[in-house]
Each structure stands twice: as structure tokens, then as C-alpha cells.
Design a binder for this molecule. Structure first.
Ligand code: COS
Length: 386
């Protein structure tokens, strides 16, 4: 592993940093308070190649590598976690799977629109009764004589569901086969039979719109199957491995924001006649925060590096992705909590972003696989015991 970043990687990091500081950070409080979807900012990110960072240029993307992706997400999340959620889902959960398993027509149609920031994409796996246990899904797709599928069912917690034009959907085509009976479909939200539920009121990442989506006799043509019939679960798991690098990077960016605020406040705020940073209890907290921040960042870059190796040579990077996501998300909770505590009452006030960081951090331990699932994946891969 070499952490000497290339010129291209530094360039995309710089583009992300500029937009994050100039456009996203100043509007983050507004979008958090109102829960509005930051459509203009997302469009701008798309115009600058940040909605399809790893998407080859022939499909409208920036044609960069996983490390560039991680660096860009860190910058965006440092300005606002919710924006980075939208960017991460578009890049990883949506584009990644189509690039890997889609045919040429699907790449041209679905990936290009999303990578260029003209449309927003979503990923629909979770259902009201099935999150971690993804194969317990009830959404059904029934094959018709002409090769098309009729889809009925409900999906929940769909990031960007309220605004998405295209959705990668996972539905059961053969319930008797369990994981091997799941098929992935490309869904167009403008077709009949697609319905959006109410936007979820959430604790954090409030600008990232989330809702249920429902399918009633939605017809997907044979050409709208992603990969092959029965391949859906493996597609979902592979895509989630990539997604988990995005969430790890998001947790790192958010942690950096909280950590930097804590350092500034520890130097400036005086108590008992001295800066609070001179007190050992604050120093110990800062040291522990720094260790976790650095570990998270290095493990996230390692996971991005591992993905790059497997993109070239095949294989999986599941363990590296889960190690990074688990470490970075739990560190984000620790760091945002510590930063808020260092700020005392000011940290609890909505006049400062600390309470938003604290609320936003929690989701990183839940979505794209809970911390419990990450531990399960890591331990299974390490021991070989299932
Ligand atoms: N990449 C590619 N394929 C994978 C994979 C991965 N990372 N992990 C598993 N698979 C494949 C397996 O190889 C197996 O394929 P075969 O049937 O061809 O042998 C198939 O998927 C089933 O794997 P497994 O038996 O391990 O599945 P389990 O039902 O035991 O589930 C967990 C494994 C629990 C790890 C999985 O369901 C999971 O990650 N759940 C969390 C889902 C999640 O993140 N939800 C959040 C939704 S997005 S917000």
C-alpha cells in the first residue's frame, strides 16, 4: 500500500473540497433544519464528476479509482454527512452494480444519467420486516410467458427514494431457492405500478430523503433484469462491500469535522483561568479521538486499495470493507460524542454543528449493514465458520 496520492487523486479531492467548503458547508444547517433535498448542490456535484467518480468516462463518469472516491466522500462528509449519503448511494450502490453486472444498454441508459448528475439513483433491498436478514424479503417478481416480470411488494428505508428516477431493486423470483432465488431489476420510477411512501422523519442525515417504495403489478421487461435471474443476492452483497467503503469514508469525514471543532474549542475556551485543552481529562479525550480518527482513515484507504486490487485481479474485499466500516462508524460515534462533551452546553446547542454531527454519526452504525453484521462478516471470513 502506498499512501502517496497521485495527481489525479489529489485533483478530485480538491474539487470535492472546494464544493464542500463553498456550497455544502454553508447550507448544511438549512437542509438539516428543513429536511429539504439539496437538489442544486447534488446537481453541482454531478456536473463536477462526483456522482460517478469510479464510472468510466464513456458512461459519463470521472473514470477515477476507489481511493479517489474515498477521498472525495471524506471531503463532502466533513462539510455535511447527509450530502455524502446521497453521493455515496449514487456512486456505490447504484452505479457500481450496474457497471459490474449490467449490459452495455443498461450502462448507457442508467449509469450515464446518474453519473452526470441529471438524475438520482436508489438501491432497494431492505423491507419493513427484513433488514440484516436480507433473504427474508417478501417482494416478489413473477415471470410471465413473454419473459417480463410482474413485481409486487414493499421496500423501506430507501435513500433518495423520494427523488430517484431509477432504482436497483432486489425481488424474490424463486422463494424456494433462498439467496439463489433473488433477482435484481432496473426500475424506472415513472412507470406505472411504482409508488413512493411518505418521507421518513429521521434523527440525522435529514437532508438525505428516505422513504418506502411500493410496487403494485409493476412490469419489468426481460431487458430490465440486472445480471441473470437468481444472481441478485450476490450482486447485492458485492455492491454493499463497495458501499461500506463509502460509509467508512463518510464516517471519517464527519469525525474530522467534529475533531477539528474540538481542537479549536479546547484551545480557545478558558476555564479556571486556563484553556480547557490544558486539562488532562480533555487531553486524554483528544488523544483517544485522534487515535480512532487516524485508524479509521487508514483502514478506509486500505479498503479502497483492496477494492482497486480486486477490480483488477478479481476476488473480494469484504473483510477490508467491513473492518473499515465497523471501525470508522463506531469511531464516529466516539468522536462526535467526545467533541460535543468538550463543547459542554455549546455542543448541545443548535447554534453549533456539534449536535448535528452527533445525530448524523448514529446512522453509520446502522445502514449498509449494522455493526453486528460487520462483525459477523469479519468473523466468518476470518474463521471460515458460518
Ligand atoms: N460478495 C459476493 N457474494 C457474496 C458476498 C459478497 N460480499 N457475501 C455473500 N455472497 C454470496 C455467497 O457466496 C453465497 O453465494 P452462493 O449461493 O453462490 O454460494 C450467497 O451470497 C449467500 O451468502 P451467505 O450464505 O453467506 O448469506 P447469508 O444469508 O448467510 O447472509 C449476511 C450473509 C448476513 C452477511 C448478509 O445477509 C448481509 O450482509 N446482510 C446485511 C444486509 C445489509 O447490509 N442490509 C442493509 C441494506 S442497505 S441500507
Amino acid at each position: 500500500m502506498d499512501f502517496g496520492f497521485t495527481e489525479e487523486q489529489l485533483m478530485i479531492q480538491d474539487v470535492a473540497r472546494r464544493i464542500a467548503r463553498e456550497k455544502i458547508a454553508p447550507s448544511a444547517e438549512h437542509f438539516d433544519r428543513t429536511g429539504e433535498f439539496p437538489a442544486e448542490n447534488i446537481k453541482l456535484l454531478g456536473e463536477n464528476g462526483l456522482m460517478g467518480i469510479e464510472v468510466p468516462t464513456e458512461y459519463g463518469g470521472a473514470g477515477m479509482d476507489p481511493t479517489s472516491y474515498a477521498l472525495a466522500i471524506m471531503e463532502i462528509a466533513e462539510a455535511d454527512c447527509a450530502h455524502s449519503t446521497i453521493v455515496s448511494v449514487n456512486n456505490s450502490l447504484f452505479c457500481n452494480g450496474i457497471l459490474k453486472f449490467g449490459n452495455e444498454d443498461q450502462k448507457q441508459l442508467y449509469v450515464r444519467a446518474i453519473a452526470e448528475g441529471r438524475e438520482v439513483g436508489a438501491f432497494a433491498l431492505t423491507e419493513p420486516q427484513s433488514g440484516s436478514d436480507a433473504t427474508a424479503m417478501r417482494c416478489r417478481a413473477v415471470r410471465q410467458a413473454d419473459g417480463s416480470f410482474v413485481i409486487n411488494g414493499k421496500k423501506s428505508w430507501i435513500t433518495s427514494g423520494p427523488v430517484a428516477k431509477y432504482v436497483v431493486l432486489f425481488a424474490m423470483t424463486d422463494p424456494d431457492k433462498g439467496a439463489r432465488g433473488v433477482t435484481a431489476f432496473m426500475i424506472d420510477a415513472d412507470k406505472p405500478g411504482f409508488h413512493r411512501g411518505k418521507t421518513e422523519p429521521k434523527l440525522g442525515i435529514r437532508a438525505s430523503a428516505t422513504c418506502e417504495v411500493e410496487f403494485t403489478d409493476y412490469v419489468a421487461d426481460a431487458g430490465e433484469v440486472l445480471g441473470t435471474e437468481g444472481e441478485g443476492f450476490r450482486i447485492a452483497m458485492g455492491v454493499l462491500d463497495a458501499g461500506r467503503i463509502g460509509i467508512a469514508a463518510q464516517a471519517v469525514g464527519l469525525s474530522k469535522a467534529a475533531y477539528k471543532a474540538a481542537i479549536a474549542y479546547a484551545k480557545e475556551r478558558k476555564s479556571f483561568g486556563q484553556p480547557i485543552g490544558s486539562f488532562q481529562m480533555v487531553q486524554a479525550r483528544i488523544a483517544d479521538m485522534k487515535c480512532r480518527l487516524d485508524a479509521s482513515e487508514i483502514l478506509t484507504l486500505r479498503a479502497a486499495w483492496a477494492k482497486e486490487q480486486t477490480d483488477r485481479n478479481g476476488g473480494r474485499f469484504s473483510t477490508e470493507a467491513s473492518v473499515a466500516k465497523l471501525t470508522a462508524s463506531e469511531s464516529a460515534m466516539f468522536i462526535t460524542h467526545g467533541a460535543l462533551q468538550i463543547h459542554g452546553g455549546m455542543g448541545y446547542s443548535k447554534e453549533m454543528p456539534l449536535e448535528r454531527y452527533f445525530r448524523d454519526a448514529k446512522i453509520t452504525e446502522i445502514y449498509e449493514g449494522t455493526s453486528e453484521i460487520q462483525r459477523l462478516v469479519i468473523a466468518r471470513n476470518e474463521t471460515g465458520i458460518r
